[in-house]
Design a binder for this molecule. Structure first.
Ligand code: IMP
Length: 449
């Protein structure tokens, strides 16, 4: 399996980090190919918890190349914070490689993301406000700043100047106050900070931003590399490379529930562009899905439930965002959407995570078709936004199980109802399930193959 892509099969937070971490044992390199620090994954290793937003899951293996590909958008402050955090915990980060072509999330991208969401009001997307959309927009506009630009102060300053001017105008139009804080003597002799309107925001100062980013460049330089070549050389030597997707299929900019999506393509095909490899370099595609479904942010979610079962999933599954801490919306597994994701990514295998969370729920429900507002039965995922927004799921009920399964390590240890549930899912979507998660720990998995 030299080229293996791992993608999210639902709306994100499926536990891709854990699956990547497990499969990474057999790989020589792990490459992230899209998204930025809107992602978040937690890996539990020897009882120790590691949370990452940007760094690929492979970083805990000192002998594997851990790569941030050209398709990623990278906030240098966040990345340096993660590198420092890992160093403090004694993790060797010398194997981290960053594509010179990856784009940088700049302070104005973060400001624009928030201002845009505020402006949208009730129509807001519920972004993570990490600057992802504005950064990818600049990339397409050819106003982006890339990692390689950090290494040349003159080029960096010129590019920031060109990018900054339209941002200042856009922020003014979006009503973001330009504020400067002035210290003044306050009551009782203390000092208070008073906002002076219409003075330049220090975060948007060309000189400060350039200086700061030159210093980021010095710190990141040892890691900057031609990462496409690194992928080719590893693949051509017959070694395995894992391409790790962030977010998930239904958040795909082209194929997800637009406009309630992220600004990149988290599907398997995008690994080619985001890592710089050819389609024939991909031998396997693994999709990761939870045994139920969750979504953060706004947008259609046909199987969302607000009842006891939903509460059970939220609490037992600790469904709170790693990046924003937001409560995730919970619901039953949607097999119409999953079958769509399987085909779109041409998945060769599925990993089902958090099966243990379903313990105690009876019956278990899975959506097998939708009914449109007009009463039509829909077996396929609707491409039209209005139809999807009005789609009501029709469920198949399957028997639940009460036993705790966190200690199961073989398929025979699982209760028959849990096995029947997995069989049903696998047959419905036409892909074998190869791995099942039964708890957060690295060893809490059942291999089915
Ligand atoms: P953005 O990627 O920050 O622009 O957010 C766009 C949409 O994608 C919002 O609904 C976010 O909640 C969602 N999103 C982005 N990253 C993740 C993720 O890693 N997990 C789940 N949802 C995400």
């Amino acid at each position: 399996m030299p080229g293996l892509v791992i993608v999210g099969a639902q709306w994100g937070d499926e536990g891709k980090g854990k699956v990547t971490d497990l499969l990474a044992e057999r790989a020589a390199a792990i490459v992230r190919f899209q998204g930025g620090n809107n992602a978040g994954h937690t890996i539990v290793r020897d009882g120790e918890e590691f949370k990452f937003h940007l760094i690929p899951s492979g970083i805990l293996y000192p002998d594997k190349a851990c790569v941030i590909g050209n398709g990623v958008v990278l906030d240098p402050r966040v990345l340096l914070g993660e590198i420092e955090g890992l160093r403090r915990r004694g993790v060797d980060v010398n194997n981290l490689r960053i594509s010179a072509n990856a784009h940088l999330i700049m302070p104005y991208h973060v400001l624009l993301d928030t201002a845009g969401e505020v402006k949208l009001g009730k129509l807001s997307i519920g972004t993570t406000r990490r600057g992802i959309g504005p950064c990818y927009a600049d990339k397409a506009l050819r106003l982006g700043i890339r990692v390689q630009d950090l290494l040349d102060e003159k080029i960096l300053r010129t590019k920031i100047r060109a990018a900054l001017e339209p941002k200042q105008q856009a922020l003014r139009e979006l009503g973001v106050q330009r504020r400067k804080l002035r210290k003044e003597a306050g009551e009782g002799g203390g000092v208070t900070e008073v906002a002076v309107e219409d003075a330049p925001d220090p975060r948007l100062d060309l000189h400060t931003m350039t200086e700061e980013h030159v210093s980021y460049g010095h710190r990141l330089e040892p890691h900057i590399a031609d990462t496409s070549r690194l992928c080719w050389e590893t693949l051509d030597a017959g070694k395995t490379v894992i391409f790790e997707g962030a977010q998930a299929t239904l958040l795909d900019l082209d194929h997800g529930t637009y406009p309630f999506v992220t600004s990149s393509n988290p599907i398997a095909g995008a690994a080619t562009v985001g890592a710089g490899i050819g389609p024939a370099d991909i031998d396997e595609v693994w999709g990761v899905a939870k045994a139920y479904a969750t979504r953060v942010g706004a947008g259609p979610f046909p199987t969302e439930i607000g009842d006891e079962a939903g509460r059970h999933m939220l609490e037992r599954g600790h469904e709170y965002g790693t990046t924003t801490g937001r409560e995730r919306r919970c619901g039953w597994m949607d097999l119409v959407a999953l079958r769509y994701a399987v085909r779109l990514n041409r998945m060769s295998a599925l990993a089902i995570t958090k099966l243990d969370v379903l313990s105690g729920l009876d019956p278990l429900r899975v959506a097998v078709r939708y009914r449109s507002r007009e009463g039509a039965l829909l077996d396929t995922f609707p491409y039209h936004q209005s139809i999807l927004h009005g789609a009501e799921p029709e469920y198949e009920e399957l028997p639940g199980f009460d036993a705790e399964i966190s200690d199961c390590r073989g398929v025979a240890d699982l209760p028959p109802e849990a096995r029947a549930y997995l069989d049903y899912v696998s047959k419905f979507v036409g892909v074998p399930i190869k791995l099942v998660g039964v708890g957060p720990g690295r060893d809490q998995v059942v291999w089915l193959d």
